[in-house]
Ligand binder design. Structure first.
Ligand SMILES: [Zn+2]
Ligand SMILES: [Zn+2]
Length: 348
């Protein structure tokens, strides 16, 4: 079978590899159909994830087949898989496997497990013709095509963010960043009947947010954005701010614009540091909430969100490539951040 292997930092090649063995008990063999590429793939490819992600350590993560946003079809089932799984079924993969015995696992937060393994980061991912995974990581999905189904993973992060933020009907939510995750947060918050303002540097990205029923604001500078967001929400500021950029200026703006007693939710990944006025946390008594990947319940909800919103989610896919083109596709995405919304790689 073919596999796009990241051999080391900055180097991916499509090679031939032996097929995996037949799935064992509780395992499913999946033929990946479409794989989404995202910011964490760029970080992994650039060698910036090795030390910070849970699970594997340092350079031992290479060589690795990337791809954690995976839609595929079931080609073989091991013993002891749940009855709803069938051969030929289209599925989305929940990329997470947790250890079950560390502190986060013991308090029901497996998505922050100290020892977790993520498909495409700690174990081989979707950029290959066949992939064996645990039956509990395989979710049947009704979607018009594989590219839509592959969006279940980024949507699951948005579902997680909306759950962590405790977003309720009628609340005013400000989302900083109109990349795929910010767009999905806006979509899921709109489904919960929240009023959403999305802020981004790129006017073209904001057009897609308006299709979800969000209002939009072009980022000018932090001071102006804080003033305009608070004007939009009413004088006390919005009860929820979500940063989906990881950019220090946006994170700082989120803390400054959110209402007292509000929730500030960090979804954008970054290795950067940000200067905050400490008093903003104490005086406003903010809940500062981090969001990682999701748990199984969030993923099931994400599958339902995708099934309800297929056409809108399909429009987030801006560029499509074949598996043979995977190395070039990743480089293209990394070097054209303003043009690219979501790159999908087809295994066909
Ligand atoms: Zn992703
Ligand atoms: Zn654990």
């Amino acid at each position: 079978m073919r596999a796009a292997v990241t051999e080391r930092v900055g180097s991916m090649n499509v090679v031939d590899r032996p097929d995996p063995p037949r799935p064992g008990p509780g395992e499913v063999l999946v033929a990946p159909e479409a794989v989404g590429i995202c910011g964490s793939d760029y970080h992994f490819f650039a060698g910036e994830l090795s030390a910070t992600a849970g699970g594997g350590s340092g350079g031992s993560q290479f060589p690795r087949v990337q791809g954690h946003e995976v839609a595929g079809t079931i080609t073989a089932l091991g013993a002891d898989c749940r009855a709803e799984l069938e051969l030929g079924q289209r599925v989305a993969l929940w990329p997470l496997r947790a250890c079950g015995h560390c502190y986060p696992c013991s308090v029901g937060r497996p998505n922050t497990c100290d020892n977790f393994e993520l498909i495409g980061i700690h174990v081989d991912g979707g950029l290959q013709d066949l992939l064996c995974t645990g039956q509990d990581q395989v979710f049947p999905i009704g979607a018009a095509d594989g590219a839509i189904a592959a969006m279940a993973e980024p949507v699951s992060v948005a579902v997680r963010a909306v759950r962590r933020a405790r977003i309720e009907s009628g609340e005013r939510i400000v989302v900083l960043g109109a990349g795929p995750i910010g767009q999905c947060v806006a979509l899921v918050a709109r489904e919960r009947q929240a009023e959403v303002l999305v802020i981004d540097l790129q006017p073209s990205r904001l057009q897609r947010s308006r299709e979800f029923g969000a209002e939009t604001l072009v980022w000018s500078n932090a001071e102006d954005v804080v003033r305009q967001a608070r004007r939009w929400s009413g004088p006390g500021g919005p009860p929820v701010g979500v940063d989906a950029t990881g950019a220090p200026a946006a994170v700082r703006a989120m803390i400054d614009l959110v209402a007292s007693a509000g929730r500030a939710v960090q979804v954008g990944m970054s290795t950067s540091e940000v200067a905050l006025r400490i008093g903003s946390l104490t005086e406003k008594e903010l809940d500062l909430l981090g969001v990682s990947c999701c748990d199984a319940d969030d993923f099931a909800e994400a599958v339902a969100v995708v099934e309800r919103n297929g056409p809108a989610i399909r429009r987030l896919v801006s560029h499509e490539f074949s598996l043979a083109e995977a190395p070039g596709a990743l480089r293209f995405a990394m070097s054209n951040p303003t043009e690219v919304m979501k790159v999908v790689i087809w295994n066909a």
